[in-house]
Design a protein. Structure first.
Length: 623
């Protein structure tokens, strides 16, 4: 009885917190916090373009400095180790570029020592090397990482432009232009980082693998078979790439609403003759600035906004907790979500030409780049008004079903975009950037939606195919890897709750194996916690401490397969209810990721969303 009282009090506290935090347009705009990389790039961009927004630059530099470790490094996550060389180079460069700090500053001296002792510029990510090349710090390689003519290859080629994921194309398109042009915007107002080089020859810095060189030769041979004069083909390819970018600029001026692709697009446009003051570039800068948020009194440049994701998940969680669909909070949230459903065709139609638009995107300005996760999340929120909004509901469900991959799973953005050849591309963790395969989290969450909200069951052909894919994807220890969260806890939660929703029995051996794994990794305090190292090492790595979100995922999984509250569940609920108001490094620890080993996300909303969902399910099932 005590835990039920604690549960109710905890639910009430979360509900009132969320009610207070809702914005006037009906959404929740909690920060999409990705560390200091975007803050550093914004400073470098503004200085490179001679845009003197000193208030923003000073605020960003203060935020960057506030994240520095005692040894002079910056980290991507708390338990990363000594530090991250790439992040430290980005921070060091930005702090020098901002003009308010010198190389003699003790913080920058410490950062430089860390960089030099950890390999210098030779040990940073290729994306950061590209940024350094286009701002005059490094020379472009004599051979492009990907020839611009790839954009001209026909779709029947083994590798072509649309082999890459939509997210990959967004970043690769400007990179291909910049590489083809070998563009450098060398300015006197940017610092000189030549003292961070630890190699003898410039070519070594790009570290192309032998496998990639072989694939690159194969691609170049395909390009040679294109009909036309090489110089004219290159110009045609550059023009086509430019038109690809310009055709995907959102209303706010950003390229598909991503910071990285917009940053690169700006330099790509400069390389083909645009002036720094061109309206397209100025609007892109304004769009990036509009994505600024405030965290602990300091500005942070969000990689994108997460309004749709936050709002759909929060609205669904609140309704799960008993808040009615006619409550003003839910009515406003659903009105906002309905206004953001997509009506335009995007790149998804290339692999899915028989479906009408009907999905939702991630950010508040996204209008052509929907994803399966945001679509099912938004549909969950509006289910109570589905009869009144039948057209929106039907289009959303139809689009979701049409996005299933041929292998039975669901991707994020595009169907059947999973060429294994692209794993050889010379980006660290290129499979995250360039591929969009079926994943356990997307497949599980889609099954959960279809089972609980459309009443499709395991007898349906599409569901059978998805279940078969999940069985194949389960790890030997009983877990599933989650592509967009951290990591095996997330994937297992999504897979099991999805399988249960479509009628897979608790007694199924796959379910029992997952249950045993979750029970085994529970911490002594009753919670769960998983390290970001899991996706680097491709196996479950415990965090050593419990977090609210990991605990909620694990508990919700166990609740979905347990007819009675077990001792593991009760212990977990006690941890959750007693830790809800914690504010320490575990609440700031990333629970999402975009690129394993390089890009991690701290969703400020997760500490409310998933505990609320879990506590509500606990109360309903056992109350």
């Amino acid at each position: 009885m005590n835990s039920l009282l604690d549960t109710k009090a905890s639910i009430d506290w979360i509900v009132e917190t969320l009610r207070k935090d809702q914005t006037s347009d009906g959404s929740w705009n909690y920060p999409f916090d990705t560390g200091i990389s975007t803050d550093a790039y914004m400073i470098i961009l503004l200085r490179a373009l001679r845009i003197h927004d000193e208030e923003l630059i000073q605020g960003l530099s203060k935020r960057i400095l506030s994240k520095q470790e005692q040894n002079g490094a910056w980290k991507l996550f708390h338990d990363e180790g000594e530090g991250n060389t790439t992040a430290t180079v980005e921070a060091y460069y930005a702090l020098l570029a901002c003009g308010y700090y010198s190389q003699d500053d003790k913080n920058l001296k410490a950062a430089k020592r860390f960089i030099i002792t950890h390999g210098g510029l030779n040990k940073i990510s290729i994306f950061t090397k590209i940024m350094l090349a286009l701002t005059g710090q490094l020379k472009w390689p004599s051979r492009s990482p990907l020839p611009i003519e790839v954009i001209l290859l026909p779709r029947f080629s083994p590798v072509h432009f649309y082999s890459f994921s939509s997210f990959g194309r967004a970043n690769l398109t400007p990179i291909m232009i910049l590489s083809a042009k070998r563009f450098t915007l060398s300015l006197e107002n940017l610092p000189d980082l030549s003292d961070l080089k630890t190699y003898r020859d410039d070519e070594d810095q790009w570290n192309y693998s032998r496998e990639w060189r072989s694939l690159l030769y194969f691609i170049e041979e395909g390009i040679k078979r294109l009909i036309g004069i090489p110089g004219e083909l290159r110009n045609f390819a550059i023009d086509k790439a430019k038109r690809y970018m310009l055709g995907r600029i959102e209303a706010d001026g950003t390229f598909l609403s991503y910071f990285s692709s917009t940053f690169l697009m700006i330099f790509a446009l400069l390389s083909v003759g645009y002036k720094r003051t061109d309206p397209v570039i100025m609007k892109a800068i304004d769009g990036l600035k509009a994505m600024k948020c405030e965290i602990n009194g300091l500005p942070h440049m969000q990689y994108t906004t997460a309004n749709i994701w936050n709002t759909s998940l929060i609205s669904t969680a609140l309704q799960s907790a008993g808040i009615k669909a006619d409550d003003p909070m839910i009515k406003e949230a659903n009105r906002y979500l309905l206004s953001r459903q997509h009506h335009k065709y995007g790149d998804w139609m290339i692999q899915n030409s028989n479906s009408l638009p009907g999905g939702w995107g991630f950010s508040n300005v996204n209008s052509i780049h929907p994803d399966v996760d945001d679509t099912t999340a938004s549909l969950r929120s509006i289910v109570k008004i589905a009869r009144m909004e039948k057209a929106a509901w039907d289009r959303g469900v139809s689009w979701t079903l049409s996005m299933q991959n041929d292998d039975g799973g669901w991707p994020a953005f595009e169907r059947n975009t999973n060429s294994m050849l692209l794993k050889l591309f010379p980006f660290e963790k290129g499979e995250f950037l360039l591929l969009d395969p079926s994943s356990a989290d997307l497949t599980g969450r889609t099954l959960e939606f279809l089972g609980n909200y459309t009443r499709l069951s395991k007898s349906h052909p599409l569901i059978k195919k998805a279940i078969g894919w999940l069985w194949k994807d389960q790890r030997k220890d009983g877990s599933w890897y989650g592509r967009w969260g951290i990591c095996y806890t997330y994937g297992t939660w999504a897979a099991i709750t999805g399988l249960r929703a479509v009628g897979v029995a608790n007694s199924d051996p796959h379910i029992q194996k997952a249950s045993s794994w979750l029970t085994l990794i529970q911490n002594p305090d009753g919670g769960w916690g998983e390290s970001c190292h899991s996706d680097v090492k491709q196996k479950y790595i415990p965090l050593g401490s419990s977090t609210l979100t990991h605990t909620a995922w694990a508990l919700d999984t166990l609740i979905s397969i347990s007819d009675k509250p077990t001792k593991e569940i009760e212990k977990g609920i006690t941890y959750l209810t007693h830790s809800l108001k914690n504010n320490d490094w575990t609440t700031d620890y990333p629970k999402g990721q975009g690129m394993g080993g390089a890009f991690y996300i701290h969703y400020h909303s997760y500490r409310y969303i998933f505990p609320l969902i879990t506590l509500s399910h606990y109360q309903k099932k056992y109350g």
